[in-house]
Design a protein around this ligand. Structure first.
Ligand SMILES: [Ca+2]
Ligand SMILES: [Ca+2]
Ligand SMILES: [Ca+2]
Length: 517
């Protein structure tokens, strides 16, 4: 039943406009995080103009779109902000729950959660190599948010881990529903469960493959994979960390090959009723341009965050600090996407770009490159994409030294924007002004993204505690409702569904928490 399609190889029309050397100029991008007293974040009033777009896409690849009808409706309307990922599958199906990354799950949140079970019996670990050499990695990492969903009257949970495997469990009991699926390297990101009810999981790995797995036959079966090298041009690296967004049989995903990809999935079923796919890579749009490479002086422009889709625009950042928006309306008509928004934040942006219900964007960067741009602009910005030439509404300095700044994806809640920082703060910023209303201090680095359910903030820290904070009065420092020991550093983002919380840690295990009894 292995259903492979590499037909895209034959249908692509590659148009190379520019050539960049493929290769990496290694530069340490992460190091020991500086700890120490962190000053309060200060809003920077700035009119820093965005550099004007000077280049179109370096490469445009497009296959024939055979069966796509023009549609008037936007791909993912802004009215879906805060809403679940469609009506077909109930759950949190991808990083931050939906293509616009604003759905956090379903309450209630437990009142006094405790770990009910831990999985598996022995630590999930494997060896992996990066710029710092080979070492053992355990548990789950950044972003590592599990997907939880209801299927056939039961609750399922799935995640990728540092043992290189995709795990699918009974979310209530922790019993594996099938054998874990091994990939060739760490899985760092968050997977996506098909929102239309097809028994499919979309998951990337550090082994350079983005896969589609089926789970309807009692085992995880690889139906298709996309290599980071399947595109004409790559820069920097080959991992897949971003969680794909699937809408109307199309998949949108960024890769560490620094491209933004669009895949037509062609999902179906075979004679036995088992799921099939026949994907075509329709487009791979380089997320860099000459102006960016010139500004940063290296080729580290990988896309590590998950793309955010609002109306007809796909937003994402990259490790060169380019925040961009691509109009995907033309894709409905068989034409390539067009870049319509370009803003250089000045440093590595692995956090997902957040949108609010008014169409503003919130982007957050690390502080690694020590650029003049990031020193003057700050690390957290509110942007108005309707003013592409002057999009900065406000910006906030959120650094205390090299390798600080933001890895977590901010959360918008009522009139505040919640931004965890690598130096162990959780900032509550006024959504209109950027003013710091309050600061929580937690053992950092806080790479775990905030989860907001009702008025409760669920936040992991790096000492291994999970906290609940009361956000009902956004003007004051949120009182702690509870905290509970999960284990080791919580780098992954938790998921909440109906009185239960699931999260993995760097200690090697995956946990379910709920109220006792
Ligand atoms: Ca790799
Ligand atoms: Ca990565
Ligand atoms: Ca990065």
């Amino acid at each position: 039943m292995l259903m492979m399609s590499h037909s895209y190889k034959h249908t692509l029309i590659g148009v190379c406009l520019l050539l960049f050397a493929v290769g990496c100029s290694p530069a340490a991008t992460t190091a020991e995080l500086e700890q120490g007293a962190a000053p309060p974040a200060t809003p920077i009033t700035t009119t820093a103009p965005a550099p004007m777009p000077t280049l179109g896409p370096a490469v445009q690849r497009l296959a024939v779109f055979p069966d796509v009808e023009p549609a008037l409706a936007p791909w993912y309307p802004i009215s879906e902000v805060g809403q679940p990922y469609g009506e077909v599958v109930r759950g949190v199906l991808t990083f931050r729950g939906s293509p616009n990354r604003t759905y956090y799950g379903q309450g209630p949140v437990p009142d006094a959660p405790q770990v009910q079970w831990s999985y598996p019996g022995t630590k999930m670990c494997s060896l992996s190599s990066d710029l710092e050499g080979e070492r053992e990695w355990c548990g789950t990492g950044w972003t590592g948010q599990p997907a939880v969903w209801e299927r056939g009257g039961e609750l399922w949970v799935a995640f990728g881990a540092y043992d290189r495997k995709v795990h699918v469990l009974d979310a209530v009991t922790g019993a594996p529903r099938m054998e874990p699926f091994p990939t060739g390297d760490l899985i760092k990101g968050s997977l996506t469960v098909d929102p239309d009810g097809h028994p499919l999981i979309y998951v990337g790995s550090r082994d350079n493959q983005l896969r589609i797995l089926s789970f309807d036959t009692g085992e995880l079966v690889e139906l298709w994979s996309l290599s980071a090298y399947a595109v004409d041009q790559q820069l920097w690296n080959d991992d897949w960390d971003g969680a794909p967004a699937v809408i109307d049989d199309f998949m949108f995903v960024g890769g560490e090959n620094s491209n933004f990809h669009i895949v037509k999935l062609n999902r179906g079923y075979d004679d036995q009723g088992n799921a099939t796919v026949a994907p075509e890579l329709l487009a791979a749009m380089p997320g860099w341009d000459d102006e960016l490479l010139s500004a940063i002086g290296d080729n580290n422009v990988s896309i590590e965050g998950s793309v955010t889709i609002v109306d007809n625009t796909v937003y994402f950042g990259n490790s060169g600090g380019l925040i961009q928006g691509w109009d995907i309306e033309p894709v409905r008509r068989g034409e390539p996407p067009v870049r319509v928004f370009r803003f250089w934040i000045g440093d590595d942006t692995d956090a997902t770009v957040v949108v609010d219900d008014q169409g503003f964007l919130f982007a957050a960067a690390e502080y690694e490159r020590n650029t003049e741009r990031s020193r003057s602009l700050g690390q957290v910005v509110k942007l108005d994409p309707r003013r592409p030439d002057d999009p900065v509404v406000w910006s906030v300095d959120a650094r205390t030294g090299i390798d600080t700044g933001v890895w977590a994806t901010p959360a918008v809640h009522k009139d505040v924007v919640i931004v965890p920082t690598a130096d162990g703060r959780v900032l509550g910023l006024d959504r209109d002004s950027g003013e710091t209303r309050w600061t929580l201090r937690l053992p950092g680095p806080v790479w775990s993204s905030p989860v907001v359910i009702g008025d409760t903030l669920v936040q992991g820290d790096c000492r291994g505690l999970l906290h609940g904070f009361d956000l009902s009065d956004t003007t004051q420092q949120p009182p702690e409702l509870w905290s509970t020991i999960v284990g080791a550093c919580i780098e992954s983002t938790p998921v909440v569904w109906k009185d239960r919380i699931w999260v993995g840690t760097r200690g090697g295990f995956f946990h379910m928490l709920s109220d006792p009894g």
